[in-house]
Design a protein around this ligand. Structure first.
Ligand code: EPS
Length: 395
């Protein structure tokens, strides 16, 4: 079974992902993996931390001669900023007289600060925010990129684009899903509509000027999926449920939709469900719409998978919101330190990674095997069977 664990603090020595159950014999495309980390660091509206870091993966286990061995893979992303935090985040007990400069007892509304301090018994929000920080999404992207290397072997590709920032939304019905990767990569806010892009950049500038932050919505698009990943048999085997949990597991995500999503509630069934047709020449079924977003009954149906996630605005506001010192109970402005104004384009890259992890797990559940050739045999046998079942009956 594919599973993974991450560890690390935002200003500690670095971040680790351990991926277990990853098959042997997969060539690790390190350029692709590091490129995903680069993409996560980008986007208009990011803060100064990204100028300090150039995230790249160091492999501490599981790879030999550029290929996976089937052993747990350890991916390590170093924090360059650690050099500036050796006292404030010291692993050893502090020497006599050492001064801490990064503590606070004033929680930010919308952050994990308040509940984290009370839950773990901390007298400062520092230990909470160090792990709650979106810096950890670097490990999610690293693990997700490795999973995507496996999926690419079978023609499955994942892209994303931003469809709303601060209420400036684009019309997704006009988007060619096959061009999403190329078009969003060309935009500083990962928006495929140039007119909306200009308005969004202006809105981010205005939010920054006002000491405010902006959230938004991103959409993940997966092409090349076979029919049959996931299952309706139990609640936890439903693929759409797993995708919702994975996307909701990203910092600041407050809502997830698959396909038409909440829009399904507004219109009758005749305008929701995607009709079936059969193409005799190509000997395949086809659908005139994809409101299901590629999943029916918790199973992939062969259409592009479309998942959207809504991100709340980042909780660190330079125009600080009212808060209370947890110790003195004095009303004071909330804690503020260097942060992003808008990280929706970065979150979209994390969304691709999380969907990649879920799909790689579902793919291995279906086509299982310890090595890539065994998986390929299983996949090919299933594909042949599907072709036979979807072919027109001959006389
Ligand atoms: C982030 C790193 C963090 C923040 C941001 C995202 O670095 P620092 O705290 O040193 O500036 O910029 O994290 C948050 C917004 C947050 O709430 O934790 C990153 O690498 O993505």
């Amino acid at each position: 079974m594919l599973r993974f664990l991450t560890a690390g603090e935002s200003h500690g020595p670095g971040l680790t992902a351990i991926i277990e159950g990853f098959p042997a014999g997969v060539t690790v495309d390190n350029a692709f993996i590091n490129d995903q980390l680069r993409r996560r660091q980008g986007g208009y509206g990011r803060g100064a931390r990204q100028k300090i870091e150039t995230d790249t993966v160091e492999y501490l286990s599981g790879i030999r001669f550029g290929k996976t061995m089937g052993n747990p893979v350890t991916m390590f992303v170093r924090n360059a900023d650690w050099a500036n935090w050796t006292t404030n985040m010291s692993i050893d007990p502090l020497p006599e007289g050492a001064q801490l400069t990064r503590e606070s007892k004033v929680p930010r509304p919308g952050h994990a600060d308040y509940a984290g301090m009370l839950k773990y018994g901390h007298d400062s929000l520092r230990p909470v925010l160090e792990r709650a920080s979106a810096r950890n999404t670097a490990t999610l992207v690293a693990a997700g990129a490795l999973c995507r290397v496996l999926l690419r072997e079978f023609g499955i590709t994942i892209a994303s684009h931003v469809v709303n920032i601060g209420g400036i939304a684009i019309d997704t019905s006009r988007i060619d899903v096959r061009r999403v990767a190329e078009l969003s990569e060309a935009s500083p806010v990962s928006v495929v509509d140039k007119e909306a892009e200009a308005r969004i950049i202006a809105a981010i500038d205005e939010a920054k000027h006002n000491g405010d932050t902006l959230g938004g919505v991103f959409e993940v698009v997966v092409l090349g999926l076979p029919v049959g990943l996931g299952s309706f048999s139990s609640w936890e085997t439903r693929l759409d449920g797993q995708i919702a949990q994975a996307l909701m597991g990203i910092q600041a995500i407050k809502g997830v939709e698959i396909g038409l999503g909440f829009g399904c509630a507004d219109v009758p069934g005749s305008r929701v469900h995607d009709p079936f047709f059969y193409d005799d020449a190509e000997q395949r079924f086809w659908r005139s719409s994809n409101n299901a977003g590629g999943v029916e009954g918790g199973i992939t149906n062969g259409e592009p998978l479309i998942a959207r996630a809504a991100m709340k605005p980042i909780a660190t506001l330079m125009k600080q919101l009212p808060s209370v010192n947890v110790e003195t109970k004095e009303g004071v402005p909330a804690f503020a330190e260097r942060s992003d104004v808008c990280a929706v384009p970065a979150a979209a890259v994390v969304g691709e990674a999380m969907v990649g992890i879920v799909l790689a797990k579902a793919f291995l559940d279906k086509f299982g095997g310890d090595g890539i050739e065994e998986i390929r045999d299983n996949y090919n046998a299933y594909s042949t069977r599907l072709v036979q079942r979807t072919a027109a009956q001959s006389e």
